[in-house]
Design a protein around this ligand. Sequence first.
Ligand code: ATP
Ligand code: MG
Length: 439
Amino acid sequence: MRTLDFDDPFADDGLTSPESFSSLGRPVPRITIQAFCDTPEVAGALDMAASDRRMARAHTKVHTGGISAAIDFYQSAPTPNLIIVESRLVKNELIARLDELAEVCDSGTKVLVIGHSNDVVTYRELLKRGVSEYLIAPVDVMAVIAAIADIYNDDGQSKLGQVFAFVGAKGGVGSSTVAHNVAWSMSRVFGSDVIIADLDLAFGTVGLDFNQDPPQGMADAVFGSDRLDEVLLDRLLTKCEEHLSILAAPAMLDKTYDFEEEAFDHVLDILQSNVPAVVLDIPHIWTSWARKMLLAADDVIVTATPDLANLRNAKNLIDLLKQARPNDAPPKLVLNKVGIPRQPEIKVDDFGAALQTAPTAVIPFDPLLFGTAANNGQMIAEASAKSAINDTFVDIAQIVTGRTEQKHGKKGGLSFAPLLEKLSAMQKSGKKTKPKRAA
Ligand SMILES: Nc1ncnc2c1ncn2[C@@H]1O[C@H](COP(=O)(O)OP(=O)(O)OP(=O)(O)O)[C@@H](O)[C@H]1O
Ligand SMILES: [Mg+2]
């Protein structure tokens, strides 16, 4: 890989060889990567990178056709966590095409550009537009891996994974069922990796719901928390789908589970750094650690059924979360088991009005469908592909992740963190900036 020969302000570390890359040797997390190459040389290098052990957790696809193919492709397909585009275009044309690409990108997608132009103005323009990294062709295989790892491992950056905490307003309302089906929809529809962590160690159902009985899982993660790293996590996870793994609860009563407030902190840290989406299945209890997990999540989804006790509990939960997290999105409300025959219930509108929270989703009571799925260890979509309830789970997945399944017209646009902001934040905090690939 060549280096830019202009006087780059961030080049003070003197990057000259791949060995000096900060992330060399660090694994790339469980992200989805799609590359669109313009030349066989770069495609070859990316293919080699994809088969390297450091990229083993990531799902990488290398396409040809460059930036035009990427723009066409994402008109109708969800964007992955990272798009790599190679382009031989120069400055203005390249920037114009990248702006078109931004139009069809989902929020949260990052972009790495491999260009053929060794030009400081282009470089700065790309960074200003939020491109995460710019490499110059021909690229070195290890340099590409290090660049990707850097994008996701930079200290001071927000963690890779979004955390979605699902909790019931009362026991047995269907919170776990909703959590598992939404997680399944996220992984299927967006093709992006999801881990479900079952925090209900004594009675959790994630293993049953996915028809798995793993010998290891959440208990090993939390009791061996001081040794937990990405390698141990790999061993504790059970893969259920190409993009879905579970950290299952033992669901054994041989011991009690009286955890300290910070018991799950490290497990959550490791999960968040390794996967784009973490779904926490939180039992209906009120302990210091359960409250901490709810407060720590990016989004909280409260499932309730439409009766008075649920209303009171949901109100308490939602009020507490809104008050404790004034700068976060308010918790989402899912009303479940609506329409149980002969059972008096609070009307959906009244329930929402009392909580000042319109339900994100309303799921009907359907004992045959839910009972069949639960007893067979299936998701609702597997038990009945045609059920309209599947669309509801996809809707919840879209709303909480801010992603769309199939885009027609404009998408949310790129929201990747601009490298310049990252660097200036690091400079402000007095940290030494890292060597940049293009510098
Ligand atoms: N919409 C529905 N219609 C009918 N049955 C449902 C529905 N949603 C969930 N169920 C059933 O309700 C039961 C309880 O569901 P689940 O275990 O998901 O609840 P939970 O809130 O996680 O309970 P816990 O408090 O034990 O954690 C399960 O048997 C599930 O199949
Ligand atoms: Mg549950």
